[in-house]
Structure formats: C-alpha cells, structure tokens
Design a protein around this ligand. Sequence first.
Ligand SMILES: Cc1cc2nc3c(=O)[nH]c(=O)nc-3n(C[C@H](O)[C@H](O)[C@H](O)COP(=O)(O)OP(=O)(O)OC[C@H]3O[C@@H](n4cnc5c(N)ncnc54)[C@H](O)[C@@H]3O)c2cc1C
Length: 424
Amino acid sequence: MTRLTRREFLRTSGRSAGLGLLAAAGVAGCAPALKGDFAPKTGRRVVVIGGGWGGATAAKYVRLGDPSIEVVLLEPNRRFVSCPFSNLVLSGVRSIDSLTFGYGGLRGHGVRILHASASAVEPDARRVRVGEGYLQYDRLIVSPGVEFQWEQVDGLAAARDRVLHAWKAGPQTVDLARQLEAMPDGGVFVLTVPPVAYRCPPGPYERACQVAFYLKTKKPRSKLLVLDANANVVSKAGLFRAAWKDYPNLEYRASNKVVKVDPSTREVTTELGDRVKYDVVNLIPPQRAGTIAVQADLVGADKRWCEVNHLTYESAKHANVHVVGDSTIGLPVPKSGNIANAMGKICAVAVVHLLNGKEPPPMAPGNTCYSWVNDREAIAVVNAYKVEGGKVVQIEQKLTPGQSAEWAQNAVGWATGIWQDILG
Ligand SMILES: Cc1cc2nc3c(=O)[nH]c(=O)nc-3n(C[C@H](O)[C@H](O)[C@H](O)COP(=O)(O)OP(=O)(O)OC[C@H]3O[C@@H](n4cnc5c(N)ncnc54)[C@H](O)[C@@H]3O)c2cc1C
C-alpha cells in the first residue's frame, strides 16, 4: 500500500498546502491510504514523476527559479543510487554506499517528496493518480527513466530474478558483483549489449572493462565474452578498443544479438543461432521509456520513446506535460545522466517562465561522459550543442586522446559536482 512518510512531509509542511496534504492524507494515522484529492492545490503546483537524474534536478530548479511554486516529487525509492560509477562496484573499486544519497537536500529547497509511484496521468484533468487518490498540477514533469522490454528475449521474463541486468543501480548491482566474485576461476562471464537506443551508450563497454579488469587481477584463467547486438562498439569505439588491448581475457563479438536465455542450462542463444554457455550472465535487455510514460500515451509512433519540444521539453502529445531524461527521443543527445540533469534544469527554467506568463529562453544541453577503463584510468567524450530553428543540434564532439589517471580524476570531480547539483 502507498504510505506517506509523516516525518518527510512534516519537514516540508510549512505552507498551508503542505498542511492540507497532511490532513487530507490522514498522516496522523499509521497507514494512511491516499484517496480522492488528498492534497488540494492552493496555489501553482508542479508535480514531478521520478526522483532520478532528470526529475530530482527539475524539482530542485523549479523551486530555485520561483519558490512560490509548490513542487511535489513522486519517487518510490527512499534513496538515490547513482548509475554513473556503478560499474566500479563490479570491480570492487567503489562500494554501492559511496553512490547512495538521501533526498534531504531537496527537502531543504522546499520540495515535497512523496515516496510513492504515480499509477496514471490524466492530462485532460491535469492530475496524476497515486494509489486510490490523485494530485492536481498546473505543469507535470515526467522523468521515469527506462523500462526493460523483457519479452524481447525468450525466457527472460520468467528468469528476471536470476538473470541480472544491473542497469538500474541498486540491489542488482551488488548481486552481480557477488555472482562475479563467486564465479570459479576458469569460468566464462557473458555480457550482452542491447540494440540502440538504450540507457548510457558507453555503459556496457565501461562495464566490460571493469569485469575484464577484475577477472585479470582476481581470476586470471577466466574469460569475458561480450555479445553485442550492434554492428560495432556504440560509443568511444576507438578508445575502448585500445583499452581492451590490456585485456586478452576479453572477447568481443559484434552483431551478436541475444534472443534467448535458459538459466537451467546456463546458455544464451544469439539471433544467428549460436548457443553460448556461461557461468555468470549479465543480460542488459532492450529498453523503452519508463512504464508510466507509455501508459500516459507520451511515447511516439515507435511506442518506445517520448517526442518533446526541444526548448521546453513539453510533450509533443499532451499539453502541460513535460518529459526529460532517458524517456525522451527527438534530440541528438545520448541517454546520459549528464543530459538528464541538463534537461531537468532547462525544463525547470521553461516551466517557471511559462507559469509566470513569460517566453522560455532557448537553452541547449551539454554532455561530458567519462568511462573507467581500469581501477585508475578513464576516457571521455564531450559533446556541445546549440539551439537552431527551435531544434537542438550538435556543434562538435571531442574525445580524449587516450586513457589517463588525470581523466579519472576529472571524472571524480564531475560526479561529485553533479550529485551535489541534483541533490544538494
Ligand atoms: C551502468 C551505468 C553507468 C552509467 N554511467 C553514466 C555516466 O558515467 N555518465 C552519465 O552521464 N550517465 C551514465 N549513465 C546513465 C544515467 O544513469 C541515466 O542516463 C540517468 O539515470 C537518466 O536519468 P532519468 O531521470 O531519465 O532516469 P533515472 O535516473 O533512472 O530516474 C528515474 C526515476 O523515476 C522513478 N520512477 C519510475 N517510474 C515511476 C513512477 N511511476 N512514479 C514515480 N517514480 C517513478 C524511478 O524509481 C527512478 O528513481 C549510466 C547508466 C548505467 C546503467
């Protein structure tokens, strides 16, 4: 059952709307059910779905832009776990705790956080359903990340608990690290890469580096086999291929889309019909926009990703509903945390302008993406964009000349800064 947390709401309940929330939701009781209009709107309100990279940023920046606007953030998880740097948990270089943060900073900005899932969006009525109740909004920002297309790999839906993706940082990341640790020396670790578009284009190849590094140092007789659905390494290809020269234990097979998994025989099958045995498998499934975005009819003709206005991130399908982060498509930008953070800020500025009857300024996102190739060196790509004719277009892309410890230091600086920007 959906539960309001009394302490969290009390912390942000200085204004009458917050008190209304508490009273209407019956927070004084132990297990309040959310029914009807459980938090009647008293002023302008923005509801944000999803407290990840895009949503948490947007929630904070709406409050920073205009503290008279009430912001309610819906996020089922009580802690934010960063996907960036989570591949380092597999190699033992970082702990999951070092990537886990609370939402106290957002509360400090007056964001009201309800640890619950949005179950539906009703754009015509401008409300979001939560449990048996609903929240009204003036503007809605949706940032639910990705959902997996389980049905695209035969046998995967039934084996979800054992065949791990670890593509949403958290318990699965820790479990996959344990499976790797428990694998006998001489074993085969199979990592599968889904077809584009998926969350974090370089992520699987960074993961390959971390697993290969771990095996090289801890289980030297073991092997990593990367089965890639794509025709080539999708991002930073030359840099990753150069890094892999240090890993003779890594075998990379392009155009090897995995279509079936059978945990009883520990085998995956590729589209080509090849059957590959594994000791540990990390199957990253094909992806689409988060379920709520699909249910709310925000996805385009491909039924996977959401089309948005490039200046405001307002949905191409529903007015007053904005979409940011990995759920979007239509921009020449990758599905990255850096971009989700940038979109969250630009969208927040647009929403504040629109709610104040002003025209939003054109703002382009930027992207810097680091990938760790061992325990102390990283590579990076930087993308610059501009807004032209109402669309975001790429100006240039620059890659680091090679891998280095300096880039790894920059990566730590980037992560520390952006976590603070989102949640601090
Ligand atoms: C292994 C890995 C490494 C990565 N490394 C990098 C990197 O180095 N640099 C980089 O820039 N990016 C990286 N990324 C990508 C980055 O994590 C994502 O692009 C980013 O998280 C996208 O932000 P988002 O807000 O769209 O989704 P998320 O951050 O996933 O947030 C979505 C949130 O929505 C919530 N939610 C979903 N449905 C509902 C609902 N119905 N109601 C309420 N809440 C809901 C979820 O609980 C979740 O908290 C990496 C990703 C992975 C997997």
